[in-house]
Every structure is written in structure tokens, then in C-alpha cells.
Design a protein around this ligand. Structure first.
Ligand SMILES: [Zn+2]
Ligand SMILES: [Zn+2]
Length: 339
């Protein structure tokens, strides 16, 4: 099969992904094999390819928002059949026995495996994944629309949960979003359907700010502008630590600031008054399978509409470069093969 691999992380300008010929993976007894149709492109892929995340496998096939059809199943898999349309996300496998797994916090599992980082992912014609960590996809989304739901969507959903705004309090709640790429443009749709006012701070005037207006933001400003109202909670999707004090300044007493990325540049020191008043800062790490299933159901109900920019399979390096340059409107998706 054809696959993109990273052998040595390097800045994306040096085109570190190489198109390679690899054997089609053999699914083990608890796995399914997917013929990949589309793979969403996530900022985490950029962190993997550029070496912001440590190398855990080399060479590696990146990509963790995989949409495809089941092409083969392991001997112990009985909940999927050949031809089923499925999705594979970042959390690839957990141990099931550590303290976190037993406490329902499998996203924090000490021995978790991750798609497109510790195991091969979806920038390839085929990919295998444990059946227990494979999602059925709602019919309302075609393959391209569904791909960004699998990380950008699920992580944004978990961020909303970690704002500590309870279900009954969303109506009229004021939510800030910093950065408005793949995750932000899905997150705003979920928050608005729950009745929240959304304030978007993002630096890209043409693409991101225009899309935020289009998706019903109450107010849109530059990354460091101060929103016109105190916010109940904010989520920072941009990997920019300097936004932490900026975002804290806009949050009301007792409010929560959620950091939605897997990697962030250093956070500058700031005055204690910015966090005093029982404000909370917390990061988000990965997701549980329950997050994934609940989000996909809510996304289908709303329904969420993903804005995608498609790249052909031979453009993997170009797609990541465009992402780095903030040149994507919505979410980038690699079209691997026709359905
Ligand atoms: Zn575990
Ligand atoms: Zn991701």
C-alpha cells in the first residue's frame, strides 16, 4: 500500500513526510483493518512531524482522524462486519487495568497507545485499529465531513465538558474561544446549539474571523483583543502560551480556562490577580470513548456542519504546511481513496 511516513522529524518546510510503499497491516485478533477513504489533518500531526512531541515510533505513519470501510476483521471481532463505515481517533488502545482506566479516566491511561504517534495512523491506504476503539459514524456526514469530527470535534467536546458549565447553565452562558481552526469551528456550533453566546479571539482576519461570524459568534476580535463582556469560561485552541494571561483577564470570578492543545509554547508569568477569585486553568488530555460516542451523537442531532478544505493524497506535506501557516478555512482533510 502507499503510505506517508516520517522517518526523522523536521520543520514542515523541509517536507519531512515521504511517500513510501508498505505492506498492508495485518489486523490482530481484536482489530479491524480499514480501507482508508479520508484522514483529517490535525495540529497534533504537525507536532508529531516537526518533533514537538517525542518520537515514539520510527518510521511512523501519522494521522488520527481516519474514516474508512472495514476490509478485514480479526478472529475475536464480532461487532463489525466487512464493509461497515467506521472512524478511528487518537486514543488507540488503553490498558484497562491501571488506576485511571478503572476510574473511568481512560484518557489518562499510563500505557495508552495513540493513533499516528505510537502506532501507525491514517495517512495510508490501509490502517488497522482495535475494534473496541473504533467508532460507527452517523449517516448524516459523508467521509470528508466526518473526518474532522474524530479529533477536532471530540476534543472540542471534551473541552466544553471541562469548562464546568453544567447542562442546564449553557443557555446564555458566555464562552470564549481563542484560535478558530478545525476544533474551534465545530466547538462553536455545539456551544451555540446549547444556547451559549460565543466570543471568538483569533488572529486571522480573512479566513478564521469570517468563518466565526458566519457561524454565529456574538463577537469576533483579534487574538489579544479584550471581549466586551466577562466570560464564564474560555477554551484556548491555539498552541500559544502567551494567550493564557490574555484569556484569564477576560474571565469572571470562578470561571474556567481550558487549554485544548497537546502542546503549547511556554506560558509567561503573570500577576496573581489574574487567577485570584477562584479562577481555574486546566488542560485537556486526549479523550475517552464515551466522549467520542456522546459527541458523535450530539453532532448528528444538531447537526454540525464541518467546513473542510480537501487535499489529494499526494499533498500531505502541503496540507500540513498550510495548517502551520493558518491558511485553512475550517478543517483540512486528506482524501486517500474514493469510497
Ligand atoms: Zn490504563
Ligand atoms: Zn488531533
Amino acid at each position: 500500500m502507499k503510505a506517508w511516513t516520517v522517518n526523522q522529524p523536521a520543520t514542515i518546510d523541509a517536507r519531512p513526510l515521504a511517500l513510501t510503499e508498505l505492506p498492508v497491516p495485518k489486523p490482530s485478533e481484536d482489530e479491524v483493518l480499514l480501507r482508508v477513504h479520508a484522514c483529517g489533518i490535525c495540529r497534533t500531526d504537525l507536532h508529531v512531524v516537526e518533533g514537538d512531541l517525542p518520537v515514539r515510533r520510527s518510521p511512523l505513519v501519522p494521522g488520527h482522524q481516519i474514516v474508512g470501510r472495514v476490509a478485514a476483521i480479526g478472529s475475536r471481532v464480532n461487532d463489525f462486519a466487512i464493509g461497515d463505515r467506521v472512524g478511528v481517533a487518537w486514543l488507540n488502545r488503553t490498558c484497562g487495568v491501571c488506576a485511571c482506566c478503572r476510574a473511568g479516566r481512560e484518557n489518562l491511561c499510563e500505557r495508552a497507545m495513540f493513533t499516528g504517534w505510537t502506532v501507525d495512523g491514517g495517512y495510508a491506504e490501509f490502517a488497522s485499529a482495535p475494534a473496541a476503539f473504533t467508532y460507527r459514524l452517523p449517516d448524516g456526514f459523508d467521509d470528508i465531513q466526518a473526518a474532522p469530527l474524530l479529533c477536532a470535534g471530540i476534543i472540542g467536546y471534551r473541552c466544553l465538558r471541562l469548562t464546568r458549565i453544567s447542562e442546564s447553565k449553557w443557555k446564555g452562558a458566555r464562552l470564549g474561544l481563542y484560535g478558530f481552526g478545525a476544533a474551534g469551528h465545530v466547538c462553536i456550533q455545539v456551544a451555540r446549539s446549547r444556547g451559549a453566546e460565543v466570543y471568538v479571539c483569533t488572529r486571522d482576519r480573512e479566513r478564521h474571523q469570517a468563518l466565526a461570524h458566519e457561524l454565529g459568534a456574538t463577537w469576533v476580535g483579534d487574538a489579544t483583543d479584550e471581549p466586551p463582556a466577562r466570560l464564564d469560561a474560555s477554551i484556548i485552541f491555539a498552541p500559544a502560551g502567551e494567550l493564557v494571561p490574555v484569556a484569564l483577564k477576560a474571565i469572571r470570578k470562578g470561571g474556567t480556562l481550558v487549554l485544548g492543545g497537546i502542546h503549547m509554547s511556554p506560558i509567561p508569568s503573570f500577576d496573581y490577580s489574574l487567577i485570584y477569585g477562584e479562577r481555574v486553568i486546566r488542560s485537556v488530555a486526549n479523550n475517552t470513548r464515551a466522549d467520542g460516542r456522546e459527541f458523535l451523537a450530539e453532532a448528528a442531532r444538531i447537526p454540525v456542519r464541518t467546513h473542510t478544505q480537501m487535499f489529494s493524497f499526494d499533498q500531505a506535506n502541503e496540507a500540513l504546511l498550510a495548517l502551520k501557516q493558518d491558511a485553512i478555512r475550517g478543517a483540512a482533510v486528506l482524501l486517500v481513496s474514493e469510497a
